[in-house]
Write a protein that binds this ligand. Structure first.
Ligand SMILES: [Zn+2]
Length: 291
């Protein structure tokens, strides 16, 4: 990035680590994940907290990156966070706030398993160890396709719950479901109080339209494509962008209210949340290639 412009560290985005196999592409095996993180640590890479990320400087330190997880599956606390803690790494997890502590049915088509989401108690424990948590919307709707009221509701409701549970810092950042953001959505995120907004592979690098590189199951090398500056890294980012765009199919299903059974999220865990008003549309199957 040119001297004189703000330069944010690179951002990697994972979804699921370990746990049951699935038909989609967003699951990365625990051993692959551990190998990638270990290789990065040995090569001198260091993760940044959301605070450090936000304090972008004209010259971002080399070999630093923001490690992020979308959706907040419970498997993260079993398969990913301990690996990171051992290496002195941290991560930011973007939560679908209506589903914290619950199991829902929306991934069944891909995994044949009902996946549990992290609960507040686990979130608070890892937060105390320096891990950050932020918003991935209230119900995982594709914000570029819904009206202004729905955009504001998704962003505001999610942020209010996060700040009420975890304090003001948890209201700083949002990762848009499916990486879908445009000027209108970015303005709404700013109006809702977010300082940072993360989209897909192609962002304009303004604070509310930052880019991230998703890591899919085929990204098996020691250094994920998103952190490589060679030709292979460039190719990997192009493929990730295409896969990201292909997630459009599940968005259509979600907006039509298809492809999901009625939202019967089962309350689990030691810290159950009361159910809000019944959602007409359930969060979407995290499609083959959501970011
Ligand atoms: Zn997602």
């Amino acid at each position: 990035m040119a001297v004189g412009t703000l330069s944010y560290p690179q951002v990697l985005c994972y979804h699921r680590i370990g746990g049951p196999l699935e038909l989609g592409v967003t699951r990365v095996g625990r051993s692959v994940f551990a190998r990638q993180m270990t290789a990065l640590a040995r090569a001198g890479w260091r993760t940044v907290t959301l605070d450090e990320f936000a304090a972008a400087t004209p010259h971002a330190a080399r070999r630093t990156f923001l490690l992020s997880f979308d959706d907040g599956y419970a498997h993260l606390a079993e398969h990913a966070y301990p690996v990171l803690a051992d290496l002195g790494f941290t991560a930011t997890t973007f939560l679908v706030t209506d589903y914290v502590g619950k199991t829902n049915t929306w991934d069944v088509r891909y995994t044949w398993n009902r996946l549990r989401h992290l609960g507040w108690t686990t979130i608070e424990q890892w937060r105390a160890r320096g891990f950050d948590f932020a918003s991935h919307g209230a119900t995982h709707r594709r914000l570029t396709w819904v009206d202004d009221g729905a955009v504001a509701s998704e962003l505001t409701r999610s942020r209010e719950l996060l700040t009420a549970r975890l304090g003001p810092d948890a209201g700083r950042a949002v990762a848009y479901p499916f990486g879908a953001v445009d000027e209108r959505v970015a303005r709404a995120a700013s109006a809702a109080g977010y300082e940072l907004g993360f989209g897909g592979v192609k962002g304009n690098q303004t604070a509310l339209q930052l880019s991230r590189v998703p890591v899919y199951f085929w990204d098996l090398g020691d250094v994920p494509f998103g952190l490589r500056d060679d030709a292979l890294g460039g190719l990997g980012r192009i493929v990730a962008n295409m896969a990201n765009r292909c997630a459009v199919g599940t968005s259509i299903l979600q907006e039509l209210g298809l492809g999901t059974r009625d939202s019967e999220a089962t309350t689990l865990g030691p810290n159950p949340e009361p159910r809000g008003p019944k959602q007409r549309t359930a969060p979407l199957p995290e499609s083959a290639a959501d970011a």
